[in-house]
Structure formats: C-alpha cells, structure tokens
Write a new protein. Structure first.
Length: 308
C-alpha cells in the first residue's frame, strides 16, 4: 500500500481523535475533554475534590456511586467559567448524574469542578433537593478567592440603599427555585454561608459540619428559626438579617424588614403523589421522582457561553 496514502489516513485519524476529544475514567467519573492529558487531569481533580470536600462538609468520604458521572468539558480562555449538573431523586436515592463544564483550564480546576462536585455531595448526603440559596452558597464557598471576591464586590453594590436587589431572609429561605434576578441571589446566598461559617467558628464543632447539621434540622422540620436557635443561638431570621447586614458593611435600610416566616413543608413530608419541583425545564415526573438541575453561576459566566 502506498506510504503517502497511509500517512494521509493516519493524519485523518489523528484529526478525528482530536476533534472528538479523549475520555478518562476514574472510580466515579468519565471525563470527555479536548485531549488525553486534560481528560486525565480533570478526572483526577474531580476525584480529589469529591474526597476532600466530603471530609470538609461531612467529616468522612463517601462510598463510590453506583454509576459513574459523565463529564463533558469545554476548555477555552474565551469561555466563561461555569457548569451545569443534573441528577434524579427517587425514593430516597439519587442517581443519573450528568455534568457539563466550561472555562479556562485553571478556572475549571480551581472553581468549576469544586463548585459542581459540592452540589453532588450535598445531593448524596441529603438525598432530596436543598434550598437553592444554600445549595449555591455552599458550592460557591469552595471556589477560588478571585471568584469569591467578585461575589463580595457585587453584593456590596446590590445592598446599596439606592439599588436594593437582595431579598429579605424569610423570602430567600422559602424559595425552591432560582429567582428571575439571579445574580443578587447567588451573591447573597454565598455571603450568608460565609457569615454562618464565621459564626460557627465560636463553637467547638467544625464550622462546616455545623452548617450542614443546621441545614439538616431546618429542612427536616421546615422551621428555620428553631434551627437557628439550636445551632447558632440566633433567635429568628430578623435578627440574623440585621446582624448579617452589619457584617456585610451595608446600611440597615438595604433590605425590607423580615415579616412572619411561612412554615415550609419539606419535600419528604409532602403528601404522597406530589412531585418535588425542581429547576429543570422539563415537566416534573409523577410521584416523588425529580430531575434536579443546578445551573451555571451567572457571576462566573462571560465570553462565548455554550451552556444553557
């Protein structure tokens, strides 16, 4: 066979492999990335994040998932750093993991993967949807310092008396989905998580695990104020809002006063046959099965966004 023909075929095969990317598998992830080296790096980073962050939030590592999570990675300096992860809750189990992430190489390693994997760890621990402010706040708290400072800077703007784009706490904790004005919601949720972590440092227990136990108590009972009293010694959401506003360096007029807090019925205490509503654009399946999406952080997105 003609050598030039073989070289031509070989070159086409290389181009085809580069166009389709490369896969790398670990115990819990199957990563599809632009090339073999980046696929391996992203997969190994994902496993390390899964282990380290589980210890941070839960005090222990988790068993391997029953099925691996496929991860599609788009790398580019012109892509805004962000991602989207979806999974299914059904009968107290969570499965059907899918992740798609994008951004500059370093941002994917330092911020996007830790953020998305935190969502997955929380889902694995709670086995039901958790409030959006808390889910995004916890996930954002493990991003790199540059991203967190961006949120702090934006929050200062949103809390200005002439802007007032943040929510009173009783409305925020009751929200089961993302609001239309999402940027302040992300910044406020992250800031409140930072504040609760700082408050938790005065106790003997690790502040990250105290925050998870606080969330567990509040979600189980639907009573955020009792959970606040139990875990932080704060009497009510109004007091928390006032002290947080001062801590954030904002004017007390930045937020409306907290009204009576509505009782929230946790998803697992809802009447049989009522689906858990998630942010998925798809209609919720029947009974207690829910496809749960966690979307791209708007604060991190810029450039040519490919995720929707």
């Amino acid at each position: 066979m003609d050598a030039r023909f073989l070289r031509r075929v070989g070159g086409l095969l290389v181009l085809l492999l580069l166009a389709t990317g490369a896969n790398y598998e670990t115990a819990n992830f199957i990563v599809d990335a632009p090339n073999a080296d980046s696929a391996r790096q992203f997969a190994e980073t994902a496993e390390k994040c899964r282990s380290d962050l589980a210890i941070l939030w839960l005090g222990k590592t988790l068993p391997d998932w029953s099925a691996k999570c496929p991860v599609k990675v788009h790398v580019g300096s012109d892509l805004g750093a962000g991602g989207k992860t979806s999974f299914i809750f059904e009968n107290g189990e969570v499965f059907g993991w899918e992740m798609e992430i994008q951004g500059p190489y370093a941002k994917i390693i330092d911020s996007v993967l830790p953020h998305e994997i935190t969502h997955m760890l929380l889902a694995s621990h709670f086995r039901k949807p958790i409030p959006r402010w808390l889910d995004e706040g916890l996930a954002t708290s493990v991003e790199d310092q540059e991203e967190k400072e961006n949120y702090r800077r934006m929050l200062r703007h949103f809390l200005r008396p002439d802007v007032q784009r943040c929510l009173p706490f009783n409305r925020m904790v009751a929200m089961k989905d993302y609001p239309s004005d999402a940027m302040p919601f992300y910044a406020q949720g992250f800031s409140l998580v930072e504040y609760l972590l700082e408050m938790g440092r005065q106790f003997d227990e690790n502040e990250h695990r105290r925050l998870v136990r606080f969330a567990q108590s509040a979600m189980s009972s639907g009573d955020w104020e009792s959970a606040l009293q139990e875990h932080y010694g704060v009497q009510n959401l109004g007091d928390l809002q006032v002290s947080w506003t001062r801590w954030a360096g904002a004017d007390s007029r930045s937020l409306p006063m907290v009204a009576d807090v509505p009782k929230i019925v946790p998803p697992d205490l809802q009447p049989a046959g009522v689906p858990v509503i998630s942010s998925s654009a798809k209609p919720p399946p029947p009974f207690d099965k829910s496809i749960y999406d966690v979307g791209t952080s708007p604060a991190s997105v810029g450039g040519n966004v490919v995720l929707r």
